[in-house]
Design a protein around this ligand. Structure first.
Ligand SMILES: [Zn+2]
Length: 258
């Protein structure tokens, strides 16, 4: 198959997946967020109460976030609270963690971003301690091919606006960022896309640590990397992957949908 045929095949698949997506079960934003929390918990993203899964509200200056004290494994749709641009709760009950405040800076800077996954999973955290940016050099990780930023210095616990500005600035127009001595952040056009990237960035860090321990990481061909990046960010492919993870998450434990 030549390059043009591969592009045609990707376009056909993309159209078919978009049609599937239109037929799929529809969850509310908070239900999707709660499912996303369970997916992240099942994929190693829980680290006590650190980490957040947020999304913009219908009013784009508002944000859905979990109150402090609710972990990913137990999150339910009804736990989510809506905060305004001052981080004051305008819907729901609970007190959001001040550490979520830096999400507001990302949402402010990036009008294309509708959802953010910020976590401290083991492999991203380990990679964040050795002064190395994330390397996406494996087919499964092309979400991040030339699309992951790196913040090489830790600005401290991100409670204040200064840390939010630093992190949002370092992210720039990328889909993800590795935060030194801290963790990772993935920013997507949908909750589904942010979640899927969250799952795969932890896998990327794990593979990178293993590859670095075994030898020297080699680069993929840029043209192929860009093509694969486009496919990985296909909205239908993202939604289909999310639904697969969601089915697993909905099989176990109590329902996140309430
Ligand atoms: Zn954090």
């Amino acid at each position: 198959m030549n390059d043009a045929q591969v592009s045609d095949e990707i376009s056909r698949m993309s159209a078919a997946l978009a049609a599937d997506d239109a037929q799929a079960e529809v969850f509310t934003s908070t239900q999707t967020l709660a499912i996303a929390c369970r997916i992240l918990a099942a994929n190693g993203h829980g680290s006590g109460l650190a980490g957040q899964m947020t999304a913009r509200g219908d009013d784009p200056t508002t944000t859905w976030t979990l109150p402090y004290g609710v972990g990913f494994e137990e999150a339910k749709a009804s736990d989510y609270v809506l905060v305004d641009k001052n981080f004051d709760v305008i819907e729901g009950n609970g007190r959001p963690s001040p550490a979520n405040r830096f999400h507001l800076h990302v949402y402010q800077e990036r009008t294309d971003v509708m959802s953010i996954v910020h976590t401290h999973p083991i492999n991203c955290s380990a990679l964040s301690m050795i002064g190395e940016p994330l390397r996406a050099e494996h087919m499964d990780l092309m979400f991040f091919y030339e699309d992951a930023a790196y913040l090489p210095n830790w600005p401290g616990v991100p409670f204040g606006d200064g840390e939010g500005e630093i992190i949002a600035g370092a992210l720039g127009d990328k889909s993800a960022i590795l935060l030194a001595h801290h963790g990772q952040l993935c920013a997507g056009p949908t909750i589904e896309a942010a979640t899927v990237m969250g799952v795969f960035i932890e896998r990327a860090a794990e593979l990178q640590l293993k590859a670095m321990a075994a030898g020297t990481i080699k680069s993929v061909e840029p043209e192929l990397g860009h093509q694969a990046h486009g496919w990985r960010h296909d909205p239908g492919a993202m939604a289909t992957t999310f639904r697969y993870f969601a089915r697993q998450a909905l099989k176990t434990g109590d329902s996140p949908l309430d």
